[in-house]
Design a protein around this ligand. Sequence first.
Ligand SMILES: [Zn+2]
Length: 279
Amino acid sequence: MKTLASLVTFATTLLALSAPVHAAADLELWRLDCGNVAVKDLSMFSDTFDYAGKTSTLTDSCYVIRHGADYMLWDTGLPAGLIGQKQDLSQPLAPSLEIDIPTQLAKIGIKPEQIGLVGISHNHFDHLGQASTFAKSTLMIGAGDWESLHENPLPFGVVPALVQPWMDGKAKVDLVSGDRDVFKDGSVMMLAMPGHTKGETALLVNLPKTGPVLLSGDVVHFEEQIARNGVPPFNVDRAESLASMERMNGVAKALNAKLIIQHDTRDIGKLPVFPASAK
Ligand SMILES: [Zn+2]
């Protein structure tokens, strides 16, 4: 009987560790405008030659999460230096930016120094662009992506200068391996979804009223990639990319979460229009 009792205790502990916690945390989520990227030939996002001859515009989004009195920024968009520059549509990828993150934060009464955590889905330039504005914050980044910032030659899209304060050891880096329960109450979780980059993560935000929201990172860039199992040729690992897509869809389905594909303009409308927030 003793064995049975300890087995039950063990199983209960395992369940508690593995089941998603729906904590009624005091949470709020805003979507920020972090620019857009015109894509001259969308087939550069497919290693199976889909979308030939198609052009597209990807949006670039960032997010602010308020957890009680704490603030976390999720991704930091395109570099602020792009503001006022003409979009060069002759380039394969033509970024543009109209407004920076601090200007938007001011509209909701948040000062940059109030952002304690900067969570990064992955190390590409369109996600690290304005990170240094928050140079006193703790940078939460996938361990594999932090490693890639130090590689020579650098992988596609990786610009270490955008996170110079952390590269120089002037601010704290929190390396994320596997999944991470950010506030330790199940309300906000970084989920390991490698493949696009070595340490790619998506973010699950369990909002008390709206319900779970899953921010995709770049596990996919637009909806069609889900239907077509689309993998861009510049992803670091094809098999991991497919496995992560499967995980992302699985999480969204099991939790009935609102999946926000961060680069898909059609997903902008899934969250309230800034300065309104999802609660
Ligand atoms: Zn991106």
